[in-house]
Design a protein around this ligand. Structure first.
Ligand code: SAM
Length: 272
């Protein structure tokens, strides 16, 4: 089987399925998109063909491509991904963009709670090398992946701590708390499609609001005056998140939409 024939197995030309098959082949052959296009006549070895067919079968069964190839691009970084981590989503880059626009000082002390692959913490550390960045997660194997990603990208200034939300941290005051916490209602129909990813990364009680509530309520005590909390949340949770910020006296409260036009990130600033 040559590359052209391998690609034809999956989907129509220009379909997402065909693109995914191309990414899988690029990974197996260790070549980029342009090289793949220029080598359509190249024959696959027996091992390459088997790896490709196995990969396609896993994707067919609903596994994200990121788990099959073991990595996912996020921001400017290529991140290691395992079954212990959520696959970082493009919409989470909205949170990174939002934070980079905030008026934070050059030595800001920040924390990313529930860091997963380290996506948010490492993207911010790569853009603001002077910031003191801490990344936490409740699950040690997840944190190991985040630490591997820090090493992979030479972002050795990032510190890691394991534990439930603020319990992971030594007493200190932050300029910024960020998090993309679990926010899906356990009964949400979308959970059917997310079965390959860890439940601990996705589900929260109180219609998905339980962890968001904890982070804002406890977070106010961990913030410096004028410090910010910036959170990702579900498309229908923007007003509920803003209400919590309002009840606790936060200012500059706003919700930012994602690339699909849905409410996705909300933020508030602690009073001076
Ligand atoms: C939605 S994932 C986000 C991962 C990553 N920040 C991202 O945006 O791709 C939520 C993460 O929070 C972690 N988590 C869940 N409950 C937690 C808790 N009580 N304390 C700390 N982390 C928690 C999960 O292990 C998971 O890595």
């Amino acid at each position: 089987m040559n590359i052209a024939q391998a690609l034809e197995i999956k989907g129509e030309i220009d379909s997402y399925e065909r693109q995914e098959a191309a990414w899988l082949l690029e990974h197996i052959l260790g070549i980029n998109a342009l090289e793949l296009k220029l080598r359509l006549e190249q024959e696959l070895t027996e091992m390459q063909e088997q790896a490709y067919l196995d990969g396609l079968a896993r994707i067919e069964q609903g596994e994200p491509l990121a788990y099959v190839i073991g990595s996912q691009p996020f921001w400017t970084l290529d991140l290691k991904v395992t079954h212990d981590t959520l696959v970082p989503r493009p919409d989470t880059e909205i949170l990174v963009e939002t934070v980079l626009k905030l008026p934070l000082n050059s030595q800001a002390n920040i924390v990313d709670l529930g860091t997963g692959t380290g996506a948010i913490a490492l993207a911010l550390a790569s853009e603001r090398p002077q910031w003191q960045v801490t990344a936490t997660d409740i699950y040690e194997p997840t944190l190991d992946v985040a630490q591997d990603n820090a090493v992979r990208h030479g972002l050795m200034q990032v510190k890691f701590a394991c534990g439930a939300w603020f319990e992971a941290l030594e007493q200190q005051q932050f300029d910024l708390i960020v998090s993309n916490p679990p926010y899906i209602d356990p009964d949400d129909v979308h959970m059917q499609k997310l079965k390959s990813e860890p439940e601990r990364a996705l589900i929260a009680d109180k219609q998905g609001m339980a962890d968001i509530e904890i982070i804002i309520t406890q977070g106010q005590d961990w913030l410096k005056p004028n410090g910010w909390i910036v959170l990702e949340h579900g498309y229908d949770q923007g007003s509920a998140v803003c209400e919590i910020f309002e009840q606790l006296g936060f200012e500059q409260i706003q919700t930012i939409k994602d690339y699909g036009g849905n409410d996705r990130v909300s933020l508030g600033q602690k009073q001076a």
